[in-house]
Ligand binder design. Sequence first.
Ligand code: G3H
Ligand code: 13P
Ligand code: ZN
Length: 311
Amino acid sequence: MPLVTTKEMFAKAYKDGYAIGAFNVNNMETIQAIVEAANECRSPVILQVSAGARKYANPVYLKHLVQAAVETSDIPIALHLDHGADFDICKASIDGGFTSVMIDASSKPWEENIALTRRVVEYAHSHGVVVEAELGKLAGIEDDVHVEASDALFTSPDEVEEFTARTGIDSLAIAIGTSHGAYKFKPGQDPKLRLDILEEVGKRLPNFPIVLHGASSVPQDKVEIVNSFGGDMPNAIGIPESELRKAAQMAVCKINIDSDLRVAFTAAVRKHFAENPSHFDPRQYLGDARTMMKEMVKHKIVDVLGSANKA
Ligand code: G3H
Ligand code: 13P
Ligand code: ZN
């Protein structure tokens, strides 16, 4: 099956109360881990590429690695630009074969966010590509942008109808308590999602797919592995997976997960070298890393997203 857009995936997910995982990819092992997990769980999946990933791996390499994943699996796969910062990166991704792009103008003034998003939508739709945009501001770090928790802003439900109508977007990312990165909340805090805001957004935008960024939960067992084998990750927690599960049963159709996969990958590499200090063949430690990442993706599909057997 060729790459697909997210249109049909989201329509089914909305109707049946689950969400599709959008996992960030940077190299071959990551793509294999995610797609093998999704294939074995018979789940649709979104592979997303950030500006940092484009810089690290070269978008042409990523495109062809994703093409290899498409040819060796038989589940719906969408290729998505994560946090597109301007029109040019969205256009380059559309021209390069992506089936979905995010234009992230959420830090810009209202009219500017609308104008830029509308411009991307016009170009994308004329090429059969769908568009995600964002309202509100998440705390955390993505690429070179660092938003302090005190500057984070929940999405206002009063704005969503005008924004979606004037831009013509296909899905909307909202800020309801998640944040980017692996250092989110301190243990002892009780992070929760503002499901009341999600519910209100859902009433204002019937049948419209909502997206959650910053949805890693910082798995403590993997952080412990990293730290027990020489790592020094600060003690931190994310939004509990049970809260994300509730959001997936509501209007949320796409849940972005990157940091939890990074932590799993790194935990396996640290463990491998602690147990095998003489190893030097990258296939040995990258193989372990790929396996641990694959297990993490399966766990998310089954226990958080609810998208198993929906391919
Ligand atoms: O939200 C951002 C993603 O986790 C991508 O991270 O910008 O470091 O590639 P990155
Ligand atoms: P996490 O850092 O919580 O994994 O979020 C990833 C993300 O939102 C990618 O856009
Ligand atoms: Zn994000």
